[in-house]
Design a protein around this ligand. Structure first.
Ligand SMILES: C[S@@+](CC[C@H](N)C(=O)[O-])C[C@H]1O[C@@H](n2cnc3c(N)ncnc32)[C@H](O)[C@@H]1O
Length: 308
């Protein structure tokens, strides 16, 4: 219990601004509630679902909407509200982007003391905010069902489609696996649909890292970069297929690197920005890529070998 609120209590609250993590902030008798499935300006009945760290706030979920935001929509996904994968399916797409911009603006302000205008734009080729994830992790239950975990839960919700995953990810059939074909030690499946080649499904054991993990190939076609990158099927790659080229172009436009300059690519992953920067600074320039993950560093060395 915190400030008189215990898990299971229902209270009527006026919902305030969005916060990092997919919820909005509300207050009840001096207590802070982080409420999921609501929108700023709404009046909802919120049910307390958990106590936050240090007993400083509670988690809650909107159980009834008393005054709805004009930005509220019927979620396209039938699992929305129960599945922990998406936070904003109940929000119209333009308003989802405004919420994300508000979160980034607030984080820049709070963590870096920077007051910057932030706008979230759709990546070119975006299809209604759906069918864009080229990488997904699906959980496997003790009785071998494949699905998604509800928010902050160890349960597994069976699903037969995921509307934000690409057709290629869902088309692997991972969500319809016959339970008897799933090995007992498998706790999850990582699914990757790279831009080059066939989708890959990696069974992930419950208590250890899978071994071996295949590599996949990703192609980036940006303003100054047309290259293929090797990356581990479980390594980091931007999940939206339009993101790498969009980000590369944005970095080059804002940084305007010139031949002969020295650039740093911090948190460089398998080297996509380092490659674009190497193209821009040319053979007399220098790019220093810094990355802590050993597998990503190995891939970056190979991906960037042509620039050495
Ligand atoms: C979000 S990924 C971005 C990778 C790459 N820039 C891209 O967009 O494809 C962040 C990367 O930072 C790396 N990383 C995390 N903490 C780090 C640290 N303290 N020092 C160096 N790299 C780190 C991770 O291993 C990961 O590859």
């Amino acid at each position: 219990m915190i400030g008189g609120l215990a898990v299971g209590d229902r209270v009527e609250v006026e919902v305030g601004p969005v916060a990092h993590g997919g919820h909005c902030v509300a207050r009840y008798e001096g207590q802070v509630l982080f409420v999921r499935h609501t929108l700023p300006g709404e009046r909802v009945v919120a049910e307390v679902t958990g106590i936050g760290s240090g007993n400083r706030f509670v988690y809650a979920d909107a159980r009834a909407v008393l005054t709805a935001s004009p930005d509220r929509v019927v979620p396209p996904c039938p699992y929305a509200g129960r599945c922990g994968g998406c936070d904003f399916q109940h929000v119209a797409l333009p308003a989802q982007r405004e919420l994300k911009a508000a979160v980034v603006r607030e984080q820049l302000q709070r963590l870096a003391r920077l007051d910057l205008p932030v706008e979230v734009e759709p990546v070119p080729g975006d299809r209604d905010g759906l069918r864009w994830r080229t990488r997904a992790e699906f959980a496997v239950s003790d009785d071998r069902r494949v699905g998604m975990r509800p928010h902050r839960s160890h349960e597994v919700l069976s699903i037969d489609d995921c509307l934000i995953a690409t057709d290629a990810v869902v088309g692997t059939g991972v969500l319809h696996r016959d339970p008897s074909t799933i090995a007992e030690d498998v706790g999850a499946f990582d699914v990757v649909a790279p831009s080059v080649g066939e989708p890959v499904v990696v069974p992930v054991p419950q208590d250890e890292a899978p071994d071996p993990v295949p590599d996949v190939a990703e192609h980036v076609a940006a303003r100054m970069l047309h290259r293929q990158f090797a990356v581990s099927a479980r390594g980091f790659w931007q999940v939206h297929p339009g993101a790498p080229a969009t980000f590369v172009d944005a970095v080059l436009e804002m940084l305007a690197p010139r031949p002969g300059e020295r650039a740093l690519d911090l948190y460089s992953g398998v080297g996509v920005f380092a490659a674009a920067l190497a193209e821009a600074v040319g053979p007399v320039g220098q790019v220093i890529a810094i990355e802590s993950d050993a597998t990503a560093t190995r891939h970056a060395e190979a991906n960037l070998a042509a620039y050495r």
